[in-house]
Design a protein around this ligand. Structure first.
Ligand SMILES: [Zn+2]
Length: 349
């Protein structure tokens, strides 16, 4: 008994929940240590102390992994006591319907959905959230439990929610689920409007790290990959678009266009990335005095997009310096998919 308690500190609340459920509720299915289930008639369990019922339930959960299961680990996000195949077909399930797998906004509500009508009292008594949050429980129908936090949750924090209960129709199987979710990071503190832009190409790992950092900060950016980069990383453009970023033209092979003929400039732009963005960024910001680059770009339907802040992240500018540059004026920020401290800067904004 002591052993599983120490292994499962997080499970203590479940013991409390199940002990509460045990009052006047149908008995749960008992399971032997071998994992095969035998249904215990409610009458037989009525004599067992509540603590023992709770301990036995928790033991089953530990064996089944339900206590540790979050929505990502258990397909369907549901939890249910293990049992024989016959019992499994009959038991109620619960899933965390909100928040979803993405980082939750701090004003999220928590919504559980049960597969069957549930006994309200047993469900309400079982609800737990860790760390503790003040709030109210709502039961809009007999399969749905809502928790409304009284105040916004903390940024960049993990919460564990646990709920269980018995079906309204009776029966000897309980639903029980324990889920975790995380909230978004606080928004960047830049006093001016700003747009991050990322040029050229990078290793898949570097690009994924940038995407992950942008997602954590809830930022949408503009990417200017070269046509060569698009060809080398076929997943890149679809992944950028799927994440909600704009993907614009930065030529095919990144030449200094001011040294090329109008025909060569046209060929470079035409073979660049073209996925519904009318912005064109000339490599190095290089444009010739006669305006050929701008006029060829315009003839192909592009507007020139340069930048307000050049972070020189490719040269190793420290993250705190880049953050200070961005906070000082905002605007369009030039960064690269191959910057050295770029991810650090995004996370520190
Ligand atoms: Zn470039």
């Amino acid at each position: 008994m002591r052993a599983w308690r120490s292994r499962l500190a997080a499970g203590r609340l479940v013991v409390i929940a199940i002990a509460c459920l045990g009052v006047g509720a149908p008995a749960a299915t008992a399971t032997s240590s071998a994992g095969t289930a035998t249904s215990v008639p409610p009458a037989a369990v009525a004599d067992v102390p509540r603590e023992a019922v709770g301990a036995r339930l928790l033991d089953q959960l530990r064996l089944s992994g339900v206590v540790r299961a979050g929505p990502h680990e258990l397909p369907g996000g549901g939890g249910r006591l293990p049992g024989s195949s016959r019992a499994r077909d009959a038991g109620p399930e619960v899933r965390l319907a909100q928040p979803g797998p993405e980082h939750a906004p701090i004003d999220t509500i928590v919504r559980f959905e049960f597969s069957r009508p549930m006994a309200v009292g047993s469900v309400l008594r079982s609800f737990r959230i860790e760390p503790a949050v003040d709030g109210t429980l709502e039961w809009p129908d007999d399969r749905t439990l809502l928790f409304h936090p009284a105040a916004p949750l903390a940024y960049h924090s993990a919460y564990r929610v646990t709920v269980g209960g018995f079906p309204a129709a009776g029966g000897n199987l309980a639903a029980l689920g324990s889920f975790t979710f995380a909230t978004v990071w606080r928004p960047p503190s830049v006093p001016f409007p700003f747009t991050l832009t990322f040029d050229d190409c990078g290793t898949p790992e570097a690009i994924q790290a940038i995407l992950s950092a942008l997602a954590d900060r809830q930022l949408h950016a503009i990417f200017f990959p070269t046509g060569q980069c698009r060809d080398q990383l076929p997943w890149l453009v679809p992944a950028l678009l799927a994440a909600g970023h704009r993907v614009c033209n930065h030529t095919y092979s990144h030449p200094d266009l001011s040294r090329l003929s109008a025909a060569a400039i046209r060929s470079e732009i035409e073979r660049g990335v073209s996925v519904g963005c009318d912005l064109f960024r000339p490599p190095y910001g290089a444009m010739d005095r006669s305006g050929r680059v701008a006029s060829v770009a315009a003839s192909l339907g592009y507007r020139i997009q340069l930048w307000d802040v050049d972070t020189r992240d490719w040269a190793g500018t420290p993250a705190d310096v880049m953050v200070a540059m961005i906070r000082a004026r905002g605007g369009v920020v030039l960064m690269h998919m191959h910057g050295l401290h770029t991810v650090e800067a995004i996370r520190a904004l």
